[in-house]
Design a protein. Structure first.
Length: 705
């Protein structure tokens, strides 16, 4: 790895584009005013990318929605937000309307929620362009609204046809293929990555000076994430706009940002230049976040995680909010709130006992001995689970109305693998490649078009419902979205105990006791048992889903993206829990993810999937140390590393995966492959052995071998 070239240093510091001072936010609740932000201070300079990091519940999104003044009528905002020396908080609704979109734009976290599902992407783009290019923009040379009266600078009013042409240009600019066709489609017809890029295009319609990006890469594939981060860097370079990048992923901050501000419980606890903060994090919370990051270039037995979780605003203590979770806390931290102190070179910290030195030791305090193996582990020789030539086709109607022609969508195409008892098998790939379909086929949620699944030596494909009901005792599924997987009307303790009721495995009087014991083993407190899912954090919800799957003591656990979109510390907790449970219960696991860093840590064997097929399959160490297929190499190169001093050669994939309904001839990856040859467009490569234990489906790999 080569050292990353240092970023240019400004000779003289310009005036901040936006200056936030003493920002305090309270919400009106049935029990009174609840404070969520406590005097937040930071600034963003012209052309700068500021990374705003912290766990969920730290106040990142509330801070940036306060800048836009879009928190709603029940929020009370105090302090000042000076944009070009004018306080946004003093503007009326008309003044705010003139700034939003045209001067300050925001990319919201979930494009599926932000985009209107009943309107095409084109209609929403055109509306945004017309709105943001025809309203007046305030002349910010005066501070008061009275002085600004009559001093406006109007953009030209554009027509619908002109706006449509500009929408197509913007869609092309953010890298959406076939932009003209995509403008005619609805949000549900686009992938998550394309929807996210469409949101970026809409935000750029008004040519803003400040772009606020709220988790723009959360839960996206690593390849799409790399494209969006590259796009953000290019936009900053080309337009000179400033960017506030909200994220809980410090690897993303290391690769994109100039400065970083770390938030915890509504306060900035540390800020400074990215290189300095990553080289010498001083606040224990910053150090904990960095230690929790899972790295593709480093393997450790057990991950570090910050114990506990971010307290809710109504749980705030008198002293430092981080004190209950802090390994370096002093006695005074319990009673006094540390004041943020600005230090030389743009750094600052709020801590009574700051630390020093690069975070290099990934130690876990109070590490427990591995649990003894159970009797199940004597049977490790034979595979517990086998899939043979699994095939799943869906019939999709293409065209308008009832007379549209039905076409065949190949979701899973001749996939075979086996998992030994107590083993872990990982499946990775971009969204839409067929990973979740395989998971549903294994547990008979979907019926295979052809092929067979064998469990414990017994063929289980095509079994009657009564037989599958008995098999559910031994096979369980952990769904991707824990909140949607839980019943919002049932208490946590009842949901975890429900499988015992359904299968009638133990007496009714013992069900809640067993559920409570399992929840406690997952570090969930007794006071959470009678709560409802929406009252828990994402990490707590995921542990509840795991508890519900494990209460029947299954032999096989199929995990579909169980750590997607979780904070790094919570993610580490869930991964450690799965690793511990696998050893203690001798669980066999199929682990599905698009995050290769997690898969490397938890899986023994890994399959890389592309458009319904396995393109590479090998033992974990072999795959990550000597990947052969160009698609695998591209996935590995796209994973960010939390070190701003390192740079790697990136392999950027061209465009998006082709439609599984109209697959290209030959190798389905050749349209995006950077080393494709003529043979790749003509012949479908077979998945065959390159060397012992390493299977690859690539013409060029086998030719070179």
């Amino acid at each position: 790895m080569n050292a990353k070239p240092s970023k240019p240093i400004l000779k003289s510091k310009p005036e901040p584009l936006i200056q936030i001072s003493g920002l305090t936010v309270d919400f009106d609740t049935p029990t009174g005013w609840l404070r969520c932000l406590h005097g937040v201070d930071f600034e963003v300079y012209p052309g700068e990318i500021l990374g705003l990091v912290g766990e969920s519940g730290s106040g990142k999104s509330i801070t940036c929605m306060s800048i836009m003044k879009i928190l709603g009528p029940r929020a009370r905002i105090r302090g000042s937000v000076k944009y070009k020396k004018q306080d946004i908080l003093t503007l009326d609704e008309n003044g705010l309307t003139q700034i939003r979109g045209s001067d300050i734009a925001m990319i919201f976290q979930d494009p599926a929620v932000s985009l209107n599902p009943v309107h095409t992407i084109g209609r929403q783009m055109v509306e945004s362009i017309i709105y943001n290019t025809s309203i007046p923009t305030l002349n910010h040379t005066k501070e008061s609204s009275e002085q600004n009266s009559g001093k406006v600078e109007k953009y030209r009013r554009v027509t619908g046809q002109t706006a449509h042409s500009e929408a197509e240009l913007l869609m092309n600019r953010v890298g959406i293929p076939e932009a003209k066709q995509r403008l005619k489609e609805y949000p549900h017809q686009l992938s998550g990555g394309m929807n996210q890029r469409a949101m970026i295009a809409m935000a750029l319609a008004g040519r803003p000076h400040l772009l606020i990006a709220d988790e723009p890469t959360t839960a996206l594939d690593v390849t799409i994430q790399a494209q969006i981060l590259e796009l953000i860097r290019d936009l900053r370079k080309e337009t000179g706009m400033s960017i506030i990048l909200i994220t809980h992923d410090l690897s993303v901050v290391a690769e994109t940002s100039d400065r970083v501000a770390v938030m915890y419980c509504g306060r900035i606890v540390e800020k400074g230049p990215v290189a300095r903060i990553f080289a010498n994090p001083r606040h224990p919370y910053t150090r904990g976040l960095l230690a929790s990051v899972l790295r593709i270039d480093r393997q450790i037995e057990k991950l570090y995680s910050i114990e506990g979780s971010v307290p809710a605003p109504y749980e705030m203590l008198k002293g430092c909010a981080f004190e209950p979770r802090c390994q370096a806390a002093l006695n005074k931290c319990k009673f006094d709130q540390p004041v943020f102190k600005t230090e030389p070179e743009g750094c600052g910290i709020a801590c009574f006992n700051p630390q020093s030195g690069r975070v290099t030791a990934f130690e876990v305090l109070n590490k427990q001995e591995d649990a003894p193996y159970t009797a199940r582990q004597k049977q490790n020789e034979q595979p517990l689970l086998e899939a043979a030539d699994l095939l799943k086709y869906f019939r999709i109607r293409r065209g308008s109305g009832l007379f549209g022609k039905k076409k065949k969508l190949k979701a899973v195409d001749s996939v075979s693998f086996s998992v030994k008892r107590g083993g872990t098998f990982g499946i990775v790939g971009e969204s839409g490649c067929g990973k979740s379909t395989i998971a549903r086929l294994l547990l008979n949620i979907e019926t295979p078009t052809s092929g067979a699944v064998t469990f414990n030596g017994r063929k289980i494909s095509g079994l009657p419902p009564a037989e599958w009901r008995r098999l559910r005792l031994h096979m369980q599924y952990v769904f991707q979205d824990p909140l949607n997987a839980l019943d919002q009307r049932m208490k946590i303790i009842d949901q975890v105990a429900e499988p015992l009721l359904i299968h009638n495995t133990i007496r009714a009087a013992m069900r809640h006791d067993k559920a409570a014991e399992l929840l406690r083993s997952m570090d969930l407190k007794d006071h959470t048992f009678d709560r409802y899912p929406h009252e828990l954090s994402g990490g707590q919800q995921q542990r509840v889903v795991l508890a519900r799957a494990l209460i029947l003591e299954p032999e096989l656990l199929v995990c579909d993206e169980p750590t997607s979109a979780l904070d790094v510390s919570i993610q580490a907790q869930v991964i450690n829990l799965l690793t511990e449970l696998r050893k203690r219960l001798n669980l066999t696991m199929v682990f599905i993810s698009h995050d290769l860093s997690i898969v490397r840590h938890i899986c023994e064997q890994v399959a890389v999937m592309y458009l319904g097929k396995f393109v590479e399959l090998a033992k974990s160490d072999m795959l990550f140390n000597s990947a052969v297929h160009p698609y695998t190499q591209a996935l590995l190169s796209a994973i960010p590393i939390p070190d701003p001093g390192l740079s790697r050669k990136r392999i950027f994939l061209k465009g998006d995966p082709p439609s599984p309904i109209d697959l290209p001839s030959g190798c389905s990856f050749h349209t995006r492959c950077h080393i494709a040859r003529q043979v790749c467009a003509e012949l479908v490569p077979e998945l065959k052995s390159l060397k012992e234990g390493h299977l690859v489906a690539c013409h060029l790999a086998h030719d070179e071998a």
